[in-house]
Structures are given as C-alpha cells and as structure tokens.
Design a protein around this ligand. Sequence first.
Ligand SMILES: NC(=O)c1ccc[n+]([C@@H]2O[C@H](COP(=O)([O-])OP(=O)(O)OC[C@H]3O[C@@H](n4cnc5c(N)ncnc54)[C@H](O)[C@@H]3O)[C@@H](O)[C@H]2O)c1
Length: 320
Amino acid sequence: MAKGKKVTVIGTGNFGSTVAFILAMNGSCHHVMLRGRNYDIAKGKALDMSQAANAARQHTIVKAAKGPEDMEGSDVVIITAGAPRTPGMSRDDLLFKNADIVKCYAREIKEYAPDAIVIVVSNPLDVMTYVALKETGFPRQRVLGMAGILDAARMAHFIYEKLEYGAGQIRATVMGGHGDTMVPLPKFTTVAGVPIEDLLDSEEIGEIVRKTRNGGAEIVNLLGNGSAYYAPAKSTTVMVEAILKDTNQIHSCAIMLKNDYGYSDIVSGVPVMIGAGGAEKVINMALKPLQQTRFKNSVASVQEMVDTLYKANFFDDDKK
Ligand SMILES: NC(=O)c1ccc[n+]([C@@H]2O[C@H](COP(=O)([O-])OP(=O)(O)OC[C@H]3O[C@@H](n4cnc5c(N)ncnc54)[C@H](O)[C@@H]3O)[C@@H](O)[C@H]2O)c1
C-alpha cells in the first residue's frame, strides 16, 4: 500500500501552528508532525487540530514529535522556529540566534529526514535558507524559503484596496530578499490578465510598492507583540501543496542562485517552478535596468548578513 504524505512542522508558535492547522483543514497530507520545544504544548495543539480535522471530515492526523526521530519519512519539513527580537538585541544578535536554531534543526533533518524537501520561514528569511542549505548539504532544489508568495499576496491586497475591484483575480510578482529591499514588479502584475500599468498611474503604483515593502512592519506595529501569521502560513501551505500534488506551478521562492539573474552562491527570491522534487526549475525573466539595480541591492543586503556569519566562523566548513 502506498504510504500517505507526511509533513513535519518545526516550531509550534503562531506561524507553525497555523501552517499545521491549514494543512489539517485542507486534508493536504496524511500526517502532520508538530515538533516543538515543549512536548506537552505540541501534543495539546496536535490533539486539538486532529479533532478539528474530524469536524472538517478530513483524514489528516496531527501528532506531536517526542524527538527528532519522529521526523522520519517526512516528505516536507518546514522550519518555523525562531526567536523574536527583544529590547537591546541588535539585528546581528538576532541573526546569530536564529542561525543557531536553524543550524540545529537542519542537522536533525539531514539525519532523520534525508529525503525531505525543506521549507524555511524563520527570519531573516534568505539567510536562514542559506544556513539550512549549507547545514543539510541538500541540493538547492530541496531547500526553499517562503516569502515571495506572501509578499505578492500583500501587493495584491494593496492593489485591491486602490482599485476596489478584482479581489482574487490579482496576480502580483515580487522578487528579491524578504525585507526592506524586496523588489515588487508592477511590470509582471495583472488583474484578470490586464496589466496594472493600464489601470493605475505611476504615483498609485509607487504607493502600492511602498506599502508592500512595509506590509510586514505595518502588522507588527498594529499587533504590538509578534508578527503576521495567517497570510504567511497560507502562503507556506501553497508551497507544500505544490510539492505534494506535483503541480509544476510557478511561485516566487527564496532559493540558492546558480547563474540565475547573474548571481551564484547566494539566496534570493525568484520565480520557481515547484513540483514533487521541490524547485524543478528557476525561471529567468527579462528585468528592466531599474529592476536589475533593485535586485542587485537586495542580493547585496543578504550577502552582507551571510558574510557576517562567515566572518564569525559560523559554518564548520568555512571555505566559501
Ligand atoms: N518568511 C516570512 O515571510 C515570515 C513571516 C512571518 C514570520 N516569519 C518568521 O517566522 C518565525 C516564527 O514566527 P512566529 O510568529 O511563529 O513566532 P512565535 O514567537 O509565535 O513562535 C516561535 C517558535 O520558535 C520557537 N523557538 C524560539 N526560540 C527557540 C529556540 N532557541 N530553539 C528552538 N525553538 C525556538 C518557539 O518555541 C516557537 O515555537 C519568526 O522567525 C518570524 O520572524 C517569517
């Protein structure tokens, strides 16, 4: 009998719990394994979600992992564990703290789920994806970061706010790193196939681009404690389902670049065809000179953080 699909979610905070819940509600896979620091909390959430799956008439069973060995047989592993930035903590402090967390879980994945496709969501996203790739030693096809789908969804929302029509029909495209230097691409954005450049003037589009870049921070400021998780979690499950269903659809994801857009050995967000093998293909689009410059700046900001890790001898294999 063919085995059912299994997805492990590492981290049972807001993001991890919501990802697991959506997978259970959609019946996206047979098993969801929740791996958290506190087994009782993971178990309580797993029971709650399994019971919700029954209410939703879905077959998905959610379980709590007692240890890393419970990741065995995972088709997909999602890393959501990450410490929040606390008062007095510098950006670099957070970088090292989360890099340590991702390193630790990446090594567990390498040992216990060596065939899995890894999706990283912990921030700073592009650097954490880089760390997961280096520490698992997996091919780049099997280590992806989630950000572009979320950033595109945010851009689509702000376009809808401006137009007041077309909700659900807006296809936005965002490239580059997940942060202030992300590159929203109005040129590749449409409403039911109509280019937004035909529907909005350049000032309106500029405002949408600024709002998209600030989309995460806006929610952080409103919540006062913690960051967004509904749209991020939904965006992550889009990637998981593309893998499990082998859709070969194109989504913007963070991936190690290999002669893509003129860059290599650095992670950034680009359009990727996702299927059963993970990133089946990177799609190289023709960018305008201004878009090329913005993408270059975005790559440079990720490179700076990666260089900080190398300078501190963070990687055991410290030859770059
Ligand atoms: N990629 C994106 O677009 C995106 C969007 C939103 C949030 N995020 C990131 O996702 C991550 C999780 O967000 P959240 O809202 O779930 O946060 P949260 O605070 O609700 O949960 C964090 C989780 O990480 C675990 N954790 C914290 N420190 C740990 C440590 N030292 N070792 C092991 N586990 C540890 C916690 O136990 C908890 O399960 C954060 O890094 C956040 O910045 C990314």
